[in-house]
Design a protein around this ligand. Structure first.
Ligand code: PHE
Ligand code: CO
Length: 304
């Protein structure tokens, strides 16, 4: 989906969550997991999954990172809403990860605890027919289709575990805003350079969105800037529209290696620095494309 689908911004700034969450939180265990209830999905829900899956499958060969495409096909999840047990068996074999069902967004400490133990929480319900193009909370299509494939990738799998541990630490240090931006601009909205083939998508928020997939790669509106850890940690983001800036990594190894350093001194340094606007380009940026900002301009004119 295009917007607002990360769990972090809702829990970190939970006062901003406009509506009550829709999942069934009544049967939750202490760790916020539930049974997926795979046998309870209706034929219509499985059909909705297939249509979402097919639409993205037509788009993604042009836009998605080849590693993602490879992992997606290994999951063999196009026939209907996947059974989490079956997917977990494949994940365990590939990287030791598994997925657990949750009713939707869960508290930050619980989410990070799962990641730190190589468990990825996946929402068990699917969006309604009216929400095929847009929804405000992550559903099973976003969580599974967007996030689960790259958990089969050894380096990305290690990055996600490290992020979970880093999240627990950032909560204690009071630096969640900074760390959440890293998640947003990598796990949710990251782009990667694919040799001579140009930029490709690896972020889950893009991969599960039919609109943002081509926009993130081809549209003239957003900036595309080389990944820089501290720059990313200072950059505000949009939760209500497509991103105004995407950050481009060279490889998953780069992402993993650069985030292995102790963030303590970085957090200290960042305390004295103002945040950077979501659409800003800095003199120090290594720019792939400088955006026109036309999307936002068009919107504000239309609103006048
Ligand atoms: N190195 C980070 C720290 O010291 C932990 C981390 C790793 C955070 C990878 C995010 C991603 O806190
Ligand atoms: Co997400």
């Amino acid at each position: 989906m295009s917007t607002g689908d990360g769990f972090k911004e809702k829990t970190a700034n939970s006062g901003k969550t406009a509506k009550p969450l829709r999942g069934d939180y009544s049967a939750m265990r202490d760790d916020f997991t539930i049974d997926q209830g795979w046998s309870h999905y209706s034929a219509e829900e499985h059909d909705r999954w297939r249509r979402l899956y097919e639409r993205q499958s037509r788009l993604l060969p042009r836009y998605a990172a080849p590693e993602y495409m490879d992992c997606l096909s290994r999951l063999d999840a196009g026939d209907g809403i996947p059974d989490f047990e079956r997917a977990s068996a494949k994940l365990r074999q590939a990287t030791g990860w598994e997925i657990v069902a949750v009713p939707g967004l869960i508290p930050e400490d619980a989410f990070f605890g799962h990641l730190a133990s190589r468990r990825f929480p996946v929402t068990n319900w699917i969006r309604t027919e009216a929400e095929l193009d847009y929804l405000e909370e992550p559903d099973v299509f976003h969580d599974f289709f967007g996030h689960v494939p790259l958990l089969m990738h050894p380096v990305f799998a290690d990055y996600m575990e490290a992020y979970g541990k880093g999240g627990l630490r950032a909560m204690k240090l009071g630096t969640m805003d900074q760390l959440a931006r890293l998640y947003w601009y990598t796990v949710e909205f990251g782009l990667i350079r694919d040799g001579d083939n140009g930029l490709k998508v690896y972020g889950a928020g893009i991969l599960s969105s039919a609109g943002e997939t081509p926009y993130s790669i081809e549209d003239s509106s957003p900036n595309r800037v080389a990944f820089d850890l501290e720059r990313v940690m200072r950059t505000l983001y949009r939760i209500d529209d497509y991103q105004e800036t995407y950050f481009v990594i060279d490889s998953y190894d780069q992402l993993f290696t650069e985030t292995q350093q102790d963030f303590g001194p970085i957090y200290e340094r960042l305390k004295g620095q103002p945040a950077i606007a979501a659409d800003a380009v800095l003199p120090t940026d290594r720019i792939y494309t400088r955006g026109t900002g036309a999307r936002k301009l068009g919107k504000s004119q239309a609103a006048e």
